[in-house]
Design a protein around this ligand. Structure first.
Ligand SMILES: [Mg+2]
Length: 240
């Protein structure tokens, strides 16, 4: 009986040794390689004109036809060159760059083609480009960012964005959030979700005046403790 048991044990050990170990389909992270995420509007693209020209789906001023917006960056959006240079710096250093926008994803592949043509490496929907719209909390009715879910899933280390919600998403995901300064013309066109709303009267959700906003910028820190990227976008003369 003991010899049968020994035989069974020996065969089991041999079979286990011959079995090929299961390999994860996910590529292993490269030691020391950063994974860096970027918001798109007012971070990589100065897209104010695209939004101003976009048709609306209803009388609600926020109800923009994003399917149209995603098709028209090539006509109305301009790359923010200091950020394009930063992306080139990261990409050429062997780091991975991802794009996460809160735009709805209709015609999203067109955004990928536009960014590819401007940034010089493949930017592909579902690969390194993601659409992540806000979601309404069923209890409070408050709309929250969902970008943190992708930031965590992709294993990003840094997330750059202009909006308050970008900094919140980075914090919820537990990564470094870096604030890109929104162009003054975009602040003029839509001031919400940016240091509260520096154009609004004082109220609990908008306590920061223009003067306090300038203080944040000169100190290089934002209201969520985020770092401020200290290079501002200056559009080439004659383009506006
Ligand atoms: Mg933005």
């Amino acid at each position: 009986m003991r010899s049968i048991n020994l035989l069974v044990l020996t065969v089991t050990v041999l079979l286990t040794a011959c079995t090929t170990p299961k390999v994860s389909s996910d590529p292993k992270p490269v030691l020391g390689q950063l994974k860096v995420g970027f918001d798109i509007d007012d971070t990589v693209l100065f897209s104010r004109d695209n939004f101003l020209k976009a048709p609306h789906m209803s009388d609600d001023p926020d109800h923009v036809d994003f399917g149209w917006v995603n098709m028209h960056d090539s006509l109305y959006s301009v790359v923010i060159q200091p950020i394009a240079d930063l992306i080139g710096f990261l990409h050429s250093g062997g780091h991975e760059v991802y794009f996460i926008t809160a735009r709805p994803g209709t015609n999203g592949e067109t955004v990928g083609r536009f960014l590819t043509s401007k940034l010089g490496f493949p930017i592909v929907l579902g690969d390194n480009l993601f659409f992540s719209t806000k979601k309404k909390d069923p209890f409070s009715g408050q709309r929250f960012t969902t970008k943190h879910e992708l930031i965590s899933k992709l294993g990003l280390h840094i997330f750059y964005g202009d909006s308050d919600t970008d900094m919140i998403a980075a914090s919820v995901a537990g990564v470094r959030g870096v604030r890109v300064v929104r162009d003054a013309r975009s602040v003029e066109a839509y001031s919400k979700n940016y240091f509260g709303n520096t154009r609004s009267e004082f109220e609990p959700k908008a306590p920061f005046s223009e003067e306090l906003y300038q203080k944040f910028l000169s100190s290089g820190v934002g209201p969520y403790g985020e770092t401020i990227y200290p290079i501002y976008f200056v559009e080439p003369a004659g383009t506006d």
